[in-house]
Every structure is written in C-alpha cells, then in structure tokens.
Write a protein that binds this ligand. Structure first.
Ligand code: ZN
Ligand code: ZN
Ligand code: FE
Length: 725
C-alpha cells in the first residue's frame, strides 16, 4: 500500500490538470477504516477560500472540437467551456468559486450537464460554468429596437453585417467590444468618428494566425502567446498586406488577437479577413459590461448589438503584451492574467494586510496578504466619474472576494491623484495608518519584487524613465537614477529639470516642452533667427510665446520636471511629430519611436551627445549639445527618420552610460529599468544591451506593466518592507 501512495504523490504533479498550480505538497499518515468512503469533493465552506482564483481562460482545443462537431450536443454552442477553459473571474460574485456564487446561478443544470458535472471521469467534473444549448445562456442580435432574430443564426447574421461594413457591438467575456471590417477604410473611419478616437490604434482579431501572418510578422514565440490560454493582444510588426490605414496610423505595430470564446470563434468562422476589435465604450468611459447600459452608451456607435444573457460581474479588458528584449512584457494586465497572485520575494514576512491604491492613469490597485500580492485587473484612467466608480466597485468586490481587511494603506505622494485622496479618506475613516510612497521608488520596487530580489539584498541601481511622477520639494520627476532597496532610495542623478509651461497643458501640447527646452538652453532671438527656415521655428513663432515667456519668467503654472517622457515630447515636436497636440497619452513619443525604428541600426554612429552638468551633490544630464546637433541636422535636411534614430541612440547612450557608471560607484551589478518610457522598445533593448556588455544585469518588468499599471505592487512592497523593520 505505501508504495502505491508514494507513486500517487510522484504522479500528482505530472498529471495535474492544465490550470492547476501546485505550490506545495504535504502529506501525513491517516489511520482510517480499511474500506473508507469513495472519493468525493465536499462542498466548499464560506470563508475558507485562499487567495487563489484562476483567471479567465481561452477556449481549449477539446471544447473547440465539440464546437465543430455536428454530432456533439454543443455543436455551434457559443458558451461551451470545461474545467480547462472558460470564464472565471469575470463571472464570480463571491468566493468560494461555486456555480451558485457566479452569474451562472440563474441557469439550472439540465440532466445531461448535471451528469457531466457529477462524473469524476468527465472533464466537466465540477466545472462551475458548465452550460449547453438546453440549459445555458443564449445569444441574440439587436438593432437597437429589440431582438431582430428571424429564425436565422444571429452570429452568422452578424458576420454578414460586418462584411457589409456595419459596426457591431459584441458582448464578450469581460465586456463589450466594437468590431468592424478592418479592411474597410470607411467603416474604420466611421468607428473612429463615432468613438471620438482620432489616432489611438485599434487592435485586430482574425480567425487564425495564418490570416494574421498576411499582415504582421509572427514568429513561434508570438504564435504561442496568441494561441495561449491567456489569449492577449500581442503587438506585432506590420509586414505584408495592408489593412485600412485608419486602423493604426503612424504605427509600425498592430495589436493582434485570436478568438478566445466559442462566440468569437463562431463569429470569425466565416470571416476570411481581420476585424477591428476595440473596447465598447464612448470616449474615455470604461468598456460597457451590462446589456442595458450597452444599449444606451453604445447607441450611435454601434449599428447592431450581438448580446447574450450571461452577466459579466466585473469588467475585464483584453490584456496587451509585446515581446521586447526577448521577453513577452505585459503592457496591460487584465483578462487571462488577473487575479493570479505573485509570491512576495524571500525575506518578506507574511505581514499585516496592505492595500496599495495605485496611480491616477492606467490604475490598478494591489492587495498584499499571506505572503502574496494580488494586482487588480487594469481599471483605467481615474479621470471620469464612471471609471472612478468602477475603481471603488472593484475595490469593494476584491475585498469581499478575498476576505481582505487592510491594516495599512499605501498611496502615491501626489496629493491630486484620486487614488491618493480615496486612500487617505479611507484610512482616516477606518483609523488606519497611511504611507505616501515616492512614484519612481515604487516603479523600481515593483520590478525588484517581480524578479524576486530578497528583502535584505544589498541596494541596486534603479533607473526610472517615466512620464511624470511627484518627486520631492514639489518637483516632478521622471528621469531618475537611484540607489535603492525596498525601504528607501537615494537620488544619484537625474535628467536636467526643465519647466513645463502650462503644467497639464504642456503634457497635451508637445510644442510647449520644445519651446521650454530651446528657450532654456539657447538665446532664443539668436536661435530663432539662425534657424528661421525650419518648420518647427515657424510653428513656434505662430504660438503665443510671449505668454509662455511671462509664465516662465514669473514661474506661473510652470512646474519643473526631470521627466524623460517630456524630453521625448520636446524632441518629437522639433521633428513636427505631434507638435501641436496629442490625442492619447505618450502619442508623440510612440510616433517618434515608429519613425526611428526602421533606420535605428544604421544610425548608431551618429548618436547625439548629452552633457554632464549639475554638481557633485546631484549630477544632471543636460541636452544643449544634443539640441545643437539636432537643429543642425534639421538645417542640413537630414531625413527625419534618421534624426529620430539619432535621438533614440543619444538617449539610450545617456541612460546606459550614466547607469553603468553609477552602478560601479555603488558597487552593484543589478540595474532595474522601469517607468513608462521603457515601453519604448528601442530604448529598452539598447540600454539593456549596453548594460549587459558592461557586465551588468539589467532587469525590467515583464509580468506587470513598467508604466503606472504596475505601480501599486511597488507601493505595497515598499510599505511591507518598511513594516518588516
Ligand atoms: Zn474547454
Ligand atoms: Zn445543459
Ligand atoms: Fe509613472
């Protein structure tokens, strides 16, 4: 008998179901009656749920086979799923994960499903979301005035409408999407116009990766990610045939995704070309999840609605990732990834529960409990009332779901973030201590935690290249070099702080940063005469420079910032890239990168040079010679793509050289690269490459976003570190 048990324990991990995660195996001898009961799964007791919950998983091959098998009872059924796949987080009202605690509670099992559910040998044994045409949810098509199904299959009809150029709202797994024919320029432009989304690229969905391969470059790694169980949007380089140009203007990449529910598979089955696949929302509002709300909020956006009657409990956007520096890196972490917990690094005690509130843009929050961190799904920009109430709802829901009672609140140092304000209010109401964490310290610490650096490891060099974050003494930071551990940081160097005339307006209008830089580094009247022929000079001359001069001279609404993101904005504007204004966050920097990428390699020898200024207390990276060389190149008529490449090389060299020197100075090999700017593939890869060849170990985020979407993990881990003493 013991031999059989040993064999059982040996085989347990080998034959574990695909979605199971074995964190530990423990055993003990039990002395029970020889002929004990048969194996059974006992009902879950409320309150005993651990911090484990599976993410929503793309339809598995076995379910796809049934979908295509005309003899199967789930043939062409849009809600088939099993223990290997299907909805999880998106349908859970409460834990433990039992059917009556999900939005499947209203669908009593038919006898056939009941048999599968109770049969330990069936792959639907205890599959909580099990469904079939006899007992499960159903799908229908609306035209805004109610059900328009006339005995025809609504999904086939919808596919036909897409081919005819209509825009369809499709209720998916975690929310509504808007879809249309991605080859139809008029349809795509109509969608842009209705959505009031002028420039931000749309993702595309295609039936299979063979169709995608006609439009983008797909290697084996990308193919596996696309077809993997998380089914994210993967950013891939355009190559080959072109779609409607309005899908992703001024972008080298296309966000690509494959069908991940039976409904999507059926919809795409009869479409031989990609469709635009974008979130179903108006402007900056969150994606619609509820049928009634979708009818209202998407009226005027969609021509038809493909609806179903399985409720979405919580909104889950599609996750986005890009392969950079050899690794898949999440740029948006939501469906398929949240809420999988991350173990805290070695040395962190299972401290008191901590709630970290996150940032203002691309918000996520984070729970730390029992030695684990759970990052919420992507919530979005806390700028409008709908997203703010989503944030509060998600916080309540997560707390209830995980029986989470925070003992400590972590917030950003920025007093204006809604997340900071809400965290402080909450802490005051509950009498909890609250800690304000510096933005870039949190960016670095999040990356350290992801890579499992132990609590008591020696300090490392942290490089935070970012848009904006609150620094000390009312300054905005975003181009910082720190000596850092989990508890504290010391600022070793930074980008030269330059004023942002107009504050928030300077973020939306890159020309303001351009002017502030030029005005700071040069004698403006001399400069504007010498380079009078340049487009950028004529453009700046058409702007209200006198007002800006007054603001700068009197220090009115012109906070200084050492941000790398603002630097990129200024450089982009000089090339005429988004000089007037941007339509979405970081657009200027993203388009500058797209301009540079095709000629990046060839321009290595022509990198612009920064200069080291500042003093021994705080060395600064200054940009006067950088600008001088750029203006001369513009004057000589050098191609803008070449100039964009020289800018990227110049910045990468400046960051890598500074980081390398400072790492030597503090005696560490590990260099953490984080902050939103490292979504820039050219910069991330070039800086990492140079650091590696200098014998350093560059680490950057992969499983969490490097931008503010990963910030909450850093906030939480820093507080946990400090509480550990
Ligand atoms: Zn399945
Ligand atoms: Zn059934
Ligand atoms: Fe940031």
């Amino acid at each position: 008998m013991p031999a059989v048990l040993d064999e059982f324990i040996r085989q347990l991990p080998l034959y574990a179901p695909p979605l199971s995660r074995i964190s530990q195996i423990q055993w003990e001898d039990l002395h029970t009656a020889a002929d004990g009961e048969a194996f059974r799964i006992v009902a879950s007791r409320p309150g005993c749920a651990a911090m484990m919950l599976t993410a929503d998983i793309a339809t598995c091959q076995l379910c796809l086979d049934e979908l295509a098998d005309s003899a199967d009872r789930r043939y062409r059924y849009p809600f088939g799923n099993c223990t290997h796949c299907g909805p999880r987080l998106s349908i859970i009202r409460r834990l433990p994960y039992d059917r009556n605690q999900t939005s499947m509670a209203g669908f009593p099992l038919c006898p056939a499903c009941e048999r599968e559910y109770r049969n330990p040998a069936d792959r639907r044994f205890h599959a909580q979301a099990i469904a079939c045409p006899a007992c499960g949810p159903r799908v229908w098509l609306e035209d805004g005035h109610g059900d328009m199904e006339a005995g025809r299959d609504p999904i086939t009809v919808a596919a036909g409408l897409i081919r005819q150029g209509y825009i369809i709202a499709v209720k998916g797994l975690g929310g509504f999407n808007l879809v249309c024919d991605a080859g139809n320029q008029n349809a795509v432009l109509r969608l842009r116009d209705r959505k009031q989304r002028m420039a931000k690229p749309f993702a595309i969905m295609a039936r299979d990766s063979a169709i995608l391969a006609e439009y983008v470059q797909i290697d084996e790694q990308a193919r596996q990610l696309l077809a993997g169980q998380s089914a994210p949007i993967v950013l891939l380089n355009k190559q080959g045939r072109a779609l409607a140009s309005a899908v992703a203007p001024h972008h080298l990449t296309l966000g690509c995704i494959l069908p991940y529910t039976p409904l999507h598979h059926l919809l795409l089955q009869n479409l031989d070309a990609p469709i635009v696949f974008t979130s179903g929302n108006r402007g900056a509002e969150p994606q619609a999840v509820e049928n009634g709300n979708a009818r209202q909020s998407l009226a005027g956006l969609a021509d038809y609605w493909l609806m179903h009657d399985r409720d979405i409990v919580i909104r889950l956007d599609d996750s986005v990732l890009q392969i950079m520096d050899g690794q898949p890196r999440l740029l948006r972490r939501s469906r398929g990834y949240a809420p999988l917990p991350m173990p805290l690094p070695p040395g962190f005690p299972a401290a008191a529960p901590i709630l970290a509130m996150g940032a203002a843009l691309k918000n996520t929050f984070c729970l730390l409990k029992d030695g684990q961190a759970i990052l919420s799904p992507h919530i979005g920009d806390l700028e409008n009332a709908e997203t703010q109430s989503d944030y509060r709802r998600m916080l309540d829901w997560f707390q209830a779901l995980f029986h989470f009672q925070p003992q400590h609140i972590a917030v950003d140092m920025h007093p204006g973030y809604l997340s900071t304000q809400f965290g402080r209010e909450w802490a005051a109401k509950q009498g909890l201590p609250v800690t304000a964490v510096q933005h870039h310290h949190a960016h670095i610490a999040a990356c350290m935690a992801e890579h499992g650096l132990p609590l008591e490891s020696p300090p490392v060099l942290g490089v935070a290249m970012d848009g904006l974050g609150m620094g000390e003494a009312g300054q905005f930071w975003g181009g910082e070099f720190f000596e850092v551990d989990y508890r504290q940081y010391r600022r070793l160097a930074a980008f030269h702080p330059i004023a942002m005339p107009g504050g928030v307006q300077a973020i939306r209008q890159p020309w303001r940063n351009c002017y502030a830089h030029l005005q700071h580094y040069f004698d403006w009247p001399v400069l504007s005469r010498r380079y009078a022929g340049l487009d950028i000079m004529r453009f700046l001359d058409s702007r209200p420079l006198v007002i800006l001069d007054t603001m700068l001279a009197k220090n009115l609404n012109s906070p200084v910032s050492s941000s790398c993101g603002r630097c990129l904005d200024a450089f982009a504007a000089a090339l005429g890239v988004c000089a007037a204004s941007i339509d979405y966050e970081a657009q200027a920097a993203i388009e500058l990168e797209a301009l540079a990428a095709p000629v990046f390699r060839q321009q290595k020898a022509n990198a612009y040079r920064h200069e080291n200024i500042g003093d021994s207390v705080l060395p600064l990276l200054g940009w006067r010679p950088f600008w001088q060389a750029m203006l001369n190149d513009l004057q000589r008529g050098v191609a803008k793509a070449d100039i964009a490449a020289r800018i990227h090389h110049g910045l990468a060299n400046a960051i890598a050289e500074t980081a390398d020197g400072l790492a030597d100075q503090i005696g560490c090999r590990i260099v953490i690269l984080s902050g939103g700017v490292f979504q820039n593939r050219l910069l991330l890869e070039e800086v990492s490459r140079q650091l590696r060849s200098a014998g350093k170990i560059p680490l950057s985020p992969a499983g969490i976003p490097c931008h503010d979407g990963g910030l909450a993990l850093g906030q939480g881990i820093i507080v946990a570190g400090r509480l550990a003493g």
